[in-house]
Design a binder for this molecule. Sequence first.
Ligand SMILES: Cc1ncc(COP(=O)(O)O)c(C=O)c1O
Length: 503
Amino acid sequence: MEAIAQDERRDTRQESRQGAGQDRAQETLYLRIAQQLEGSIRAGTLARGERLASVRELARQQGVSMATVVQAYRTLEDARLIEARPRSGYFVAGRPGRRAAEPETTALAPQAQPVAVSSLSARVMGMAHEPGVVSFGAVCPSADLFPEERVRRAVSRAAQRHRASLCRYPTGHGAAEFRRAVARQALALGCQLDPERIVSTTGCQAAISLCLRAVTQPGDVVALESPTSFGFLELLESMHLRALEIPTHPRHGLSVDALSLALDTQPVKAVIAVPTLSNPLGSSMPLAERRRLAQLVAQRGVALIEDVLYNPLCEHDEQRRAVRSFDPTGHVMLCGSYSKTLAPGLRVGWTDAGRWSAEVRHLKAVHSGSYTELMELALADLLMQPGLESGFRHLRSTVAARVADARELVAESFPKGTRVTDPPGGFILWVELPAGSDAMALYEACLRERICIAPGSIFSTTGRYGHCIRLGLGGRWDEAQRRALRRVGELAQALMREGEPAG
Ligand SMILES: Cc1ncc(COP(=O)(O)O)c(C=O)c1O
């Protein structure tokens, strides 16, 4: 309902600006009908592929004009919730094809492990960016998902307006305009941040790195979701930290109960979590669990490094709220960037490190000197422009349609018994092949056909995900990608057949 409700607010604003001659009652009517239908689709009352009432039928049922119904259907089409099929009418988007089951909660790692994933992850990522490779390996969204022209204009405007910034050393811990813009955006996370405490960084990864450095020493234990982003594991490896993987539910995220037990028995110094759209599971913690997590780390005096990079991509309003919003104690170190949602090329991220702000400021000064003023000013400009939220909404619906498509392809082409996540947003799928499958062998077979996938083993230190793969669906999405994904499934089937005992 939320997408269209926001449209209504936007449209209403536009209407009051444009004023003249619009029939307001008519407009509200079509939005009401669109919202009702959206609710039925999201609740599953109207299933994928199901035919909707004809324009005439619905107009009669609702006692409105056919033009109003057409407008309602167009609104739902724009939100990619329904599709018009020539000479057949309107249908709920997505085919009613096979659906694969979702994976189950992952298991607790018995103890903290040293990390050694970087050589394999570097190899995988190297291939993910090779020209001519169809890549599901990385989670880099392609340029067509972003307002490229607006970003370009913001950069040139910043260069025009702030000429002096090009030839001087910036001082401080980030451009004031950028820190203010981040604080304003953080209201959408439910957080009131003091711009003075925000430190800018070179992306979210650098923010997490600074926070980790501020709260750990080599040899310390860091708890994370399982599976987790290999970028986090690489950071731990480079800092000689040990990883303790905590059971994670593919929908509800990190288990707070399991974390609590782990904190009882292990000397955990910090927790890294992505409570909204974790990578690679795509899980999003319910609000009550976010509150419990904030309370737990505060009670135990442990730092929680919360990564909010993907929050704007979550389809559920309430799950965009940060754990930090429940923490008055400063134990949550908030880290973010706009690399997946607005402008990856600007390479600007940020952190508000709570009670460790002074340490993080110092570390930032030591490790990267200052900041790239021009890019921060450009990003601040983009963040303060109207239309940012509607851009996120558009991004959400675009990637939702392709992720739904990819899930169906997995259900159709991968071996029987394959499970796949169903995340409430983002562009990552985690695929669990039947037990005994060898995701590394699949990775090699795919590479021979110039397709790149990410094998599950780089997302953990436990060796538990040797039969899993991650699919990054942020790149182009067209028939070539669909064909390639089907081919991954066929190769997985062929490898399974090879592994079966003869006769
Ligand atoms: C969970 C998570 N955090 C951080 C990053 C890195 O973000 P940035 O590109 O802003 O450094 C990624 C990149 O894939 C990620 O998945």
